[in-house]
Write a protein that binds this ligand. Structure first.
Ligand SMILES: NC(=O)c1ccc[n+]([C@@H]2O[C@H](COP(=O)([O-])OP(=O)(O)OC[C@H]3O[C@@H](n4cnc5c(N)ncnc54)[C@H](OP(=O)(O)O)[C@@H]3O)[C@@H](O)[C@H]2O)c1
Length: 370
């Protein structure tokens, strides 16, 4: 364990996979939080590598704060993270994430933390290698936790894997569920609006917008993935429902969750432009659903529900006064919270809150495991 000078700071190596919106915000928060991290937690995060899809910027002694901010600025301009590649010089070797981790781990003198803030599939080998090496793992990327239970189960039983920002966008949803499970409060039902994008869409429908117009507005505001079907298909919400259910103790598979996509299967085959052009064909049916809900004094919300190892994800009419009508609420009904559920809600969207959730995971790992 290397501690610096008279302040005896614990220096914790961090390898960051992903330098997009969340990764950039995390780097800024690490830099701006140096003083409070040292004072409150006695530690300093040494970012020893930052990787994007085209390479990595590596310094086993820790990249300086100026370099980290330079990396964020470069990504903001759409440039690669690897400074050699940016300068048009020979780029860093085309390493796999496992090779990058092993290279870095061999050059630092204590286990660090691997952070996955990509949206990539197939990163399980690097997560597994990090755990074998005694490192902690912090995830905003849901994919490894929401894959088949046979591969995902090892992450749910491993306290060195933290993932606060995978559900609730940084609000303490995962921490709350962990507390409920740890204190042996049986989980009966969890429900919530788990997608800011679909929450926006529902709010626009409620305000009278046509479905096609609401989707186009969400696309124009940058709230959706480049292909809005990634959001409208409900797959991301399904992943969050699986994570909640699995944490609650149910070995759920995606087949245990019924998902209602907001477009029919025939539109799945179109290009993005064709899909957007075809959206008005869905306006009439959606307007009828909004009107039917309104006639009952209700509004439509895209809800995830998990109960007894089964889940559902889709549009549900709920009373306008329900707490679930607000954006980003998660409700836990448990053995103790039986007649009145425990509610977690707040702004819960955006890269700053998400990055703060990851930073909280890093601090939790330092306090408890490293
Ligand atoms: N944005 C939010 O508010 C939010 C909220 C909760 C959770 N999340 C989750 O957080 C993750 C990141 O979101 P984001 O909004 O930051 O995404 P983003 O802006 O698209 O950034 C993703 C980053 O990951 C990099 N990347 C992709 N595959 C990689 C790989 N195999 N190895 C190394 N780097 C790789 C990308 O590299 P390039 O730059 O080269 O493309 C990019 O820098 C996602 O899993 C998302 O679901 C986001």
């Amino acid at each position: 364990m290397r501690r610096s000078g008279s302040k005896r700071l614990l220096r914790v190596p961090v390898l960051l996979l992903g330098a997009g919106g969340v990764g950039g915000a995390l780097l800024r928060q690490i830099v701006s939080g140096r003083h409070s991290c040292a004072r409150r937690n006695g530690c300093r995060f040494e970012v020893v590598a930052v990787a994007d899809r085209r390479g990595a910027w590596v310094n086993p002694a820790g990249l300086s704060d100026a370099e980290l901010l330079d990396a964020v600025a470069a990504k903001g301009r759409g440039e690669p993270i690897d400074p050699a590649r940016r300068a048009g010089r020979a780029a860093s070797p085309g390493e796999s994430p496992v090779e990058l981790l092993e290279r870095v781990a061999s050059e630092v003198d204590r286990p660090g933390i691997l952070v996955d803030v990509t949206a990539a599939e197939g990163l399980e080998p690097v997560l597994d290698r990090a755990l074998e090496l005694g490192w902690g793992v912090a995830l905003a990327n849901k994919k490894a936790l929401a894959g088949p239970w046979a591969t995902a189960r090892r992450y749910f039983g491993e306290p060195r894997v933290r993932h606060e920002s995978t559900v609730g966008g940084g609000q303490p949803v995962i921490a709350t569920l962990r507390y409920l499970v740890d204190t042996n409060d049986p989980i009966r039902r969890m429900e919530g609006q788990l997608s800011g994008t679909l929450g926006f869409l529902c709010a626009r429908l409620e305000a009278g917008a046509l479905f096609s117009a609401a989707v186009n507005e969400a696309v124009a505001r940058g709230y959706t993935e480049p292909d809005p079907r990634e959001d409208l298909g409900g797959r991301d919400v399904l992943r969050k429902a699986l994570i909640l259910g699995r944490m609650a103790g149910w070995p759920m598979e995606s087949a245990d969750v019924e998902v209602e996509p907001l477009f029919p299967a025939e539109l799945a085959r179109l290009g993005v432009g064709e899909f957007l052009a075809a959206l008005p064909s869905l306006d009439g049916a959606m307007a009828a659903r909004v009107a039917a809900a309104r006639d009952e004094g209700k509004i439509l919300r895209y809800l995830a529900r998990v109960e007894e190892g089964r889940g559902s994800v889709g549009l549900v009419p709920i009373p306008a006064a329900s707490p679930l009508a607000g954006l980003k609420y998660v409700s836990f009904r448990t053995g103790r919270y039986d007649d009145e559920p425990l509610l977690i809600g707040g702004k819960g969207a955006g890269v700053e809150m998400t990055a703060a959730g990851v930073l909280g995971d890093l601090l939790g790992l330092v306090r408890e495991h490293l």
